[in-house]
Ligand binder design. Sequence first.
Ligand SMILES: Cc1ncc(C[n+]2csc(CCOP(=O)(O)OP(=O)(O)O)c2C)c(N)n1
Ligand SMILES: [Mg+2]
Length: 653
Amino acid sequence: MAGKDADSKAGRRKFLTGFVAASAATAITPASRAADTLAQNAPRAPSALPPSGKAAEAETGTPRELARVPGTPGSDFMVDVIKALDIKYCPSNCASSYRALHESMINYGANKMPEFLTCMHEESAVGMAHGYFKAAGKPLMTLCHGTVGLQHATMGIYNAWCDRVPVIVIGGNDLDAATRPPGVPTFHSAQDINALVRDFTKWDDTPVSLQHFAQSFVRAYKIAMTPPHGPVMISLDAGLQQEPMKDHGDKPYIPRYVPTAPPQGDSGAVKEAARLLAGAQNPVIVADRAARTPNGVKLLVQLAEALQARVIDQGGRMNFPRTHTLSAPPTAVNNADVIIGLELSDFWATVNSYTDNAGNGGIGTNSSRIKADTKLISISSVELNTKANYQDFQRFQVIDVPMAGDAESTLPALIEAVKQAGPNKAALEKRAEAAKKAYAEGMERTRAAAALGWDASPISTARLCMEVYGAVKSLDWSLVASEGNVSNWPNRLWPIDKYTQWLGRSGGYGVGYGAPASVGAALANRDLGRFSVSIQSDGDLMYAPGVLWTAAKHKIPLLAVMHNNRGYHQEVMHVQRLSNFRNRVANLGGDMGPVGTSIENPDIEYHKLAESMGWWAKGPIKDPAQLGPALKEAVKVVQAGQPALLNVWTQPR
Ligand SMILES: Cc1ncc(C[n+]2csc(CCOP(=O)(O)OP(=O)(O)O)c2C)c(N)n1
Ligand SMILES: [Mg+2]
């Protein structure tokens, strides 16, 4: 302390001396005027003296000169391993626990395959990887600070787990208590960071040597990419990254990646399923994450047509063209005598209904949606990948023919078996006619419902969606996310018939998925020449709006059209429901709007928020007549390569 005090006194003395000298120089004399003239022609002096070397070092925290480490850094070898796999981007938020790998990726790996993308929140980075996979069919990796960063990333990882999407998460961690820096890096270290996400990742590891890393990384990629897909986690020791490679006798090598063939349903069960389906009076197909690729859609069309069975697409992926006359609403299960569920996340709720707070004491009531003797068939790969803690496996449903296997890979055998079982031709024709009629009537009803409140202000959700469709329909468009609840209008009214036109939802319903996932999917679409559009709700955007900056920074074109209903409307309704049930008037909170659920007063100016982060933006748009022209302008901006946001005020639903 004494030394510090003496230093600061000396500093004050120096400062005062400088001040006196400067005051003396301000006295005007002929000589000083001449000096002034000279000074005007001289280069302008800086208004502040440059900091001393010591001050600059203290302020910028530049580390002291380190002794040069001989040999190849371990993290350079890690880059070689990563480059052996097909990983194009690494959206990440920077952190010292992986600084060595970060440095190697830039200076050794030339920031390519993968390219580091600057993210402002770890949850955004995972969300981007999630959206990217669904548009590109390829996984991304993300690096994070293994404790605090991973804590931020967790909800995104849970969404990816529930949505069966591969994301390779690498968390930096300093394991060796004897050598790690004290203070912050020690706060940011843990024995086992992977424990944070072990309940909702397919696999994790903590490599302790470079060869171990090479095996773990290739294994992680392989496990993540084997259906059912899912996130994986590697804890990466800071020492292992920083230290030079050691020779343990064998030269470290990179294992070759050979994809694992997906599991298929048992052949006997496939035959039994085909027999039931072919013999049914009214078979119905229900698909949730059945199509993993565009080929899955083709196969599902083949199965549906072979049976002339109606298809309910629950929308976890784009499974079945909405334009096909066999496309059906959820109520189509009611009269089915055989139902086959393909990769359903919730079979129970497909065939049962639940009414919230309806029964005694506010407990929900259950009822069946189907006839008592309806036979149920299931093909689901998730049966091979169930964990105990989180309840994403949903309620237990008894199934007559359950198959643990990947639906898309099982479909060719099932289609063949159905054809061999030979469904009755006359019955097929009759069903096809009935389905056509039901489809036309359903579309008519949906159109009539969409027309209600067409000219309302704020804008109806149906008008919002149809104006957006009108603006993009002539392009090769992809609806990268539809967040908040717009009454499912895109799926009900847009002629979605290509796999990448609908990318499903978050999986775990963790809000805050839409903004980053749409940026990630737009990144994939940018590289593939597709136009990306999202319906972006207000609540979802505000969890981590920094991803808007990432989109602008990395030149990711995306048209984000806001469903700004100025609230967490789903939760408005939950509180209202409870008030009704208890026979109380919902507390509206006076001019503040519903308590705890409105996002009004002050109203968030999302267009300004986006503009401040490099987006083209416009709003608030409240008049439906202004929406079409604004969309036209925004589409042009996006086509020119810039992200654009329209802040549209909408009806709650
Ligand atoms: C991380 C997280 N926090 C809270 C919730 C509870 N929740 C479900 S829907 C919802 C409202 C979302 O608001 P917004 O995105 O604006 O959609 P809206 O319901 O208004 O259409 C909330 C907060 C959640 N699902 N996930
Ligand atoms: Mg909202």
